[in-house]
Design a protein around this ligand. Structure first.
Ligand code: NAD
Length: 332
């Protein structure tokens, strides 16, 4: 059975091919993203394997279904880039990786937060230039400060627990609160406005849906204390970038760490060094000394890649053998 793997990076190829049981599968590794225009390159494949920035919209799904593809296997958790209603109508199965090391993503939040707070990104550059001045690098003790966790699913809960370990007070907001967990870890659920106004650090851990799009916009930023640090490792469109830039220019925010960006498609994951960056908002964000951007790498640990590859291969093998898919992974 042939699987067309779109947006393949060297680490995807290595992880997928090293799963025991993957030897029986035939891979067609493609470096470009899946769109309606590139869908014909899946011809002859029974499955396509896609990632976060492939555009799996209705025209793309129609093209895949027309050439006999049966399965769209997402090698990620979020599925906001797939038109599930269209897939269902077309009789295509869509699977995702429901769980992979949430520690990978949660620990990246800490990497970003500590870097931003203690200005390690600036210190690193200074010392390389033999500038040993520490002026302007003042941070704050995390102990005793308040963190607000928006979304206490798998990742948000781990971030909260780690921050409790730093001696922070942790507030949380989630429409489906997990009260037993909160009691066990000394986390307090509050409404979203209280969280916005009381937190020194706010970290977003919600899926991108029509309801959560621009969860952080001008009105929500206005509720925040001056100097708040905002972290987004979930999905770029949770934040209204224009409003974020406006707040940064006014000096309202203490710092912003982003592993995801609203318009990241076609930019993140690519080596564009030597080219002219065409995205003016991203270019502006990169000029702020208190903005730290990584290129959607929160998931990038050996453990997470192994988990992702094992679930993906298990679902492909299940399709080939006519067996049930991995529990919890089927979206349509
Ligand atoms: P999860 O499904 O376990 O948890 C999501 C939580 O968000 C749930 O508890 C849900 O009730 C809550 N929620 C939904 N709408 C909300 C709202 N409006 N306000 C507050 N809470 C709300 O998901 P997870 O595994 O913790 O992952 C969270 C997100 O992280 C994913 O949806 C994905 O977009 C992102 N992610 C990013 C990376 C990366 O590499 N940067 C990797 C994995 C996941």
């Amino acid at each position: 059975m042939i699987t067309a793997v779109f947006d393949t990076k060297p680490y995807d190829r290595e992880a997928l091919q090293s799963v025991p049981g993957s030897a029986g599968l035939e891979w067609r590794f493609l470096e470009f993203r899946l769109t309606k225009d590139t869908a014909p390159t899946a011809r002859g494949a029974q499955a396509v394997c896609v990632f976060v920035n492939d555009q799996v919209d209705r025209p793309c799904l129609e093209a895949l279904a027309a050439q006999g593809v049966k399965l769209v296997a997402l090698r990620c958790t979020g599925f906001n880039n797939v038109d599930l209603a269209a897939a269902k109508e077309l009789g295509l199965t869509v699977t995702r990786v429901p769980v992979y090391s949430p520690y990978a993503v949660a620990e990246h939040v800490l990497a970003l937060l500590l870097t931003l707070n203690r200005k390690v990104h600036r210190a690193y550059n200074r010392v390389r230039e033999l500038n040993f001045s520490i002026n302007g690098l003042v941070g704050f003790d995390m102990r005793g400060k308040t963190a607000g966790i928006v979304g206490t699913g798998k990742i948000g809960r781990i971030v909260a627990e780690i921050l409790r370990g730093f001696g922070m007070k942790v507030l949380a907001f989630d429409p489906v609160p997990n009260r037993d967990w909160a009691a066990e870890h000394g986390v307090e659920y509050v409404d979203s406005r209280t969280l916005a106004g009381a937190s020194d650090v706010i970290s977003l851990h919600v899926p991108l849906t029509p309801e959560t799009k621009h969860l952080i916009r001008r009105e929500t930023i206005e509720l925040m204390k001056p100097g708040t640090i905002l972290i987004n490792v979930s999905r770029g469109a949770l934040i209204d970038t224009t409003a974020l830039i406006e707040a940064l220019k006014l000096g309202k925010l203490g710092g912003v760490a982003l592993d995801v960006y609203e318009e990241e498609e076609g930019i993140f994951f690519e080596d564009l060094s030597g080219q002219v960056l065409q995205d003016d908002e991203l270019a502006r964000l990169l000029t702020f000394p208190n903005v730290l951007i990584t290129s959607h790498q929160a998931f990038l640990t050996r453990e997470a890649l192994g988990d992702i590859a094992r679930t993906t291969v298990a679902n492909l093998a299940a399709l080939a053998a006519g067996q049930p898919f991995v529990e919890g992974s089927v979206l349509t």
